[in-house]
Design a protein around this ligand. Structure first.
Ligand code: EPZ
Length: 429
């Protein structure tokens, strides 16, 4: 199994290109199931999760062609996928495929909307909590589907198609909003989603669906209105930049010190995280090319942060912030409100010497002047990258084991960091 070896202590200086957002690319690829015409997606990141979803869609009979580079493409530009679901040959999403990636469960929405029936295995994914799908099921039932759970599968039917309805989510859910949006796009009549997730990835998917002929207003606000149409057509759409990758590298620079341009990043996608970085002592300068992050001389100041749905501080940056605060000058309080079990990085950060105490949803991090490199291992994607950040700043050698989680969500991580001066390498085998 591959590992990453880091010798910490180097400042980061240079440019890091930001890839397309994983959490937009995945639902956008799934949305291709809604039409028998070709959906072309540009700037799709080359990630293990994207490859896995390609296999899952392939199992339904979807043809996916990855186009090569075109003249004028930027060096790091993501791939272009031509996705054609002209013939859906199988409406079953099997356990072997869905259990590897939670988002693949979302195929339930387009399959039901277009094919009026499907059988989808209950999902797997990162070990960050129980992560039920009750709200997704609730949304589909509101739209008139009959669902039954049997042998670990959700068996869904809507013999006469889906019908628009009012869907009021009792809590903000990204997955629930994606599923409701995709299903309602092809339902008969009007759907109103209230307490909808406002994440930028929801807006990106809604924008793409609109290009495909869907009638959607209000995406990006808690109230989304969809007037269902009978058919969607092909379209071309560019995946928005990854705000979590952006925030991750911004925190890495804040921790090691240095001066890095995050090329292609969009500050409005992660303003709350940038505000926290400024509070912590980093200099954040949005410019035409992206965002410039600097920290020179001064130490890291402690912060008090609670994760929240967008536009709040993202749960997907909580682990990285904790790594940063491990060497702040004082005590930080970090509260996780989205997932009940998203503190698995705490015991691994402790191997670097970090002083973190957990009480319920809140971690208190007592910053120490210098972390020390250590062998570590993580159980989810964002936790893994928090260990990389800590390793970059720690004295001596860090070995990050079980890095397949990193490959699920970070494109060419070690290449991007070593280009900015980090001493980091992948060790195969
Ligand atoms: C998405 O997960 C992201 N995944 C997650 O990123 C991210 O952490 C999360 O949104 C929150 O921003 C993708 O986009 C592929 P939710 P999702 O539905 O959609 C509860 C990463 O590292 N809930 O907004 O699964 C749930 O348990 C990943 O890239 C129910 O109770 O998150 C959680 O507590 C990790 N019932 C809360 O809602 C349901 O039916 C928010 O979940 C659905 C969710």
């Amino acid at each position: 199994m591959d590992r990453i070896r880091i010798v910490g202590g180097n400042k980061l200086n240079g440019t890091i290109p930001i890839s397309g957002a994983k959490n937009a690319a995945l639902p956008l690829m799934i949305a291709a199931l809604l039409t028998d015409e070709t959906l072309i997606l540009d700037n799709v990141p080359r990630l293990a999760d994207v490859a896995q979803l390609q296999r899952i869609l392939g199992n339904h009979g979807v043809d996916i062609m990855a186009a090569g580079k075109r003249p004028g493409d930027r060096e790091y530009q993501g791939q272009t996928l031509h996705i054609s679901a002209a013939n859906i040959i199988d409406t079953t999403a099997p356990y072997e495929l869905v259990s590897k990636m939670r988002a693949s469960f979302w195929v339930i929405a387009p399959l039901l909307a277009r094919m009026h029936e499907c059988k989808v295995s209950l999902p797997g994914g990162c070990a960050i909590g129980t992560r039920p799908v009750d709200l997704l099921i609730m949304a589909l039932e509101k739209l008139g589907a009959e669902l039954q759970i049997d042998g670990g599968y959700v068996i869904a039917k809507a013999p006469n198609g889906l019908t628009g309805a009012d869907i009021d989510f009792p809590k903000v859910t990204v997955s629930g909003t994606h599923v409701a949006l995709m299903a309602a796009a092809l339902a008969k009549g009007k759907t109103i989603i209230t307490n909808a997730a406002c994440e930028p990835e929801i807006v990106d998917v809604a924008d793409c669906l609109k290009k495909m002929g869907a009638k959607i207003s209000g995406a990006g606000t808690p109230r989304i209105v969809i007037d269902g149409v009978s058919k969607l057509h092909g379209a071309r759409h560019t995946v928005l930049p990854d705000r979590i990758e952006t925030g991750t590298y911004a925190m890495a620079v804040a921790m090691t010190g240095g001066d890095v341009q995050l090329a292609g990043a969009r500050p409005e996608l992660l303003q709350s995280a940038l505000d926290v970085l400024v509070e912590a002592g980093a200099t954040v300068t949005p410019n035409n090319e992206g965002i410039r992050i600097q920290r020179n001389g001064a130490g890291i100041r402690p912060v008090t942060v609670a994760t929240a749905p967008f536009p709040g501080f993202p749960t997907d940056l909580q682990a990285q912030l904790m790594a940063l605060m491990a060497s702040a000058k004082g005590a930080s309080r970090i509260t996780e409100t989205i997932f009940e079990n998203r503190f698995m990085h705490v015991q691994e950060l402790a191997r670097f010497g970090a002083k973190i105490s957990l009480g319920g949803e809140t971690a208190v991090v007592d910053g120490i002047p210098h972390l020390k490199g250590a062998p570590v291992m993580a159980t989810d994607l964002r936790a893994s990258v928090s260990l990389v950040i800590a390793g970059l700043a720690a004295e001596g050698e860090t070995m990050v084991n079980r890095i397949y989680h990193l490959d699920r969500g970070f494109e060419r991580l070690e290449e991007k960091l070593s280009a900015c001066g980090a001493n980091i390498e992948r060790i195969s085998g």
